[in-house]
Write a protein that binds this ligand. Sequence first.
Ligand SMILES: Cc1cc2nc3c(=O)[nH]c(=O)nc-3n(C[C@H](O)[C@H](O)[C@H](O)COP(=O)(O)OP(=O)(O)OC[C@H]3O[C@@H](n4cnc5c(N)ncnc54)[C@H](O)[C@@H]3O)c2cc1C
Length: 506
Amino acid sequence: MAGRNPSIVVVGAGVAGLSAAKKLKEYGFNDVTVLEASEKVGGRVATATLGNTCVDTGAQYIHGASEKNPIYCLLKKSGVLNQVPEMGTEAFYSNNGHKVDADFARRAYEAGEGIIQYRGFNTGKSLGEHYAEKTQGVIDSLQDNDKKMRMQSVFALVGKDMLIDVGASDLHRISLDSWQYYINMGDSLNIAGFMFQLVDLLLEGFPKECLLLKREVSKIKWDGTFSVAPSLTPPPHDEPLPAHTEAASDEKVRQYPVCVVCENGEEILADHVIVTISLGCLKAQASSLFIPSLPTEKMEVIDKLCFGNIAKIFLEYEEAFWENEVGSISLIYEDDTPASVSTNKMQWIKNMQYFSVLRPKERFGNILIGWCPGDIADLTETMPDNELSTAITDHLKMFFGHSNIPQPKSILCTKWRSNKFVKGSYAFLPVGVDVQVMDMLAQPLTGSRCPDEDLQVLFAGEATMKTLYGTVQGALLSGHREADRLAAHYKKTAAPTSTTSLDKQN
Ligand SMILES: Cc1cc2nc3c(=O)[nH]c(=O)nc-3n(C[C@H](O)[C@H](O)[C@H](O)COP(=O)(O)OP(=O)(O)OC[C@H]3O[C@@H](n4cnc5c(N)ncnc54)[C@H](O)[C@@H]3O)c2cc1C
């Protein structure tokens, strides 16, 4: 196969799919087709309109805003980061209707973060077990009962926020060893309202005709021999149609090992397919999507890994009821304890403890984003807007200690779990599963005729990166990894481009 111009299909136009396609083009592969099921590109980097504003319904933080992070570098180079405002201050309120001393809350919060961000190495324990044990140690060491209570409630807040970071419903389900290979690229930077520009940057220079929207892939047939008559063989997208010559009609029938079938009946033959659909979609469809079926080990990994969910609830107000410099509002239940950090659908509102402010006001108006995790996010997706709006308003009134908090003029709740083409937010590692299984998910499938050489089905996407899963940079680098794999296969080297220097860091 080496020596011929391979046909490569990329399934999914999220960050992983787009970055794979862009990198393949940079390597000089010129028969690359991206098939995207929905009518938009970007996947979990997404926007929606609220009032007159465009909001990021998916990713909005650069986790690790440093030169080590290719997303940070890309957005910095393009000037996007110059538009991002300061984060703003943190405000804390208690369910007694009082403001909590921000210095105390911040210090207690940092102490809790120090404990919860522990990286376990083959402990086999849950994050919940570890967190309850270590925070109890700190609380026991305090003399003052009032301080014990206050500290405990902030530790619980840290635990609840962690559920949002992971997309889970219970700290006891999350493996303490989740981050043993994780690359810490630095502090997080909130770029709410600006993340989507990343998608435009990834699309730059990518031929539009190679990107096919509303193409839901329903079958990936591999390890076969598929062919079209020579005259029907489609030319690479950026080449003109060949003149119909003697040589062309003498050409042998070209054979491909892969046939990608779309829901609309279209079939695209390929030498390689890079599958970038989410773990949530793999869980739902892997058993019927691939013909022949995926190997048992890969199916087991898909089954074992968890795919969480979070909801972002955008609340737009006529006037802000928070102070101008505030960037986030945290709500503390005084009787919460770190040992009890898990969700309870009957009391779902108790997991609406974190609100970020969409800044700057001049650009976005008065918008708060309420966040909630796991099964609470699943629940809010199903709730009518007016019910959500009333419950959240009453909740805020209780914490702010006054009744003149208005109803939002508009509300928008994300629906990632019910999104057929995503089915949740991001992957997480449950207790008892070794994070190295993500390497198995990333393992390509080779044809049975020539297993050492015949790369056919490749896998990218955030859940295939044990060092960076759940992030945009994880998705981007997984796409590059698979493009590099094909380039190595064909012994190609990348043409020097603007993004190449970023990739070298990895
Ligand atoms: C609410 C939310 C907040 C987040 N916040 C952050 C954050 O602040 N920072 C951060 O770094 N990360 C964040 N993430 C995670 C980050 O967005 C993802 O890790 C990343 O975008 C995943 O990219 P991907 O390409 O792997 O997958 P996806 O974005 O899911 O792309 C897969 C694509 O495949 C398409 N597809 C699915 N099925 C088919 C099919 N059968 N045929 C064809 N196409 C198909 C989908 O439509 C989709 O476009 C967040 C995610 C969510 C949901």
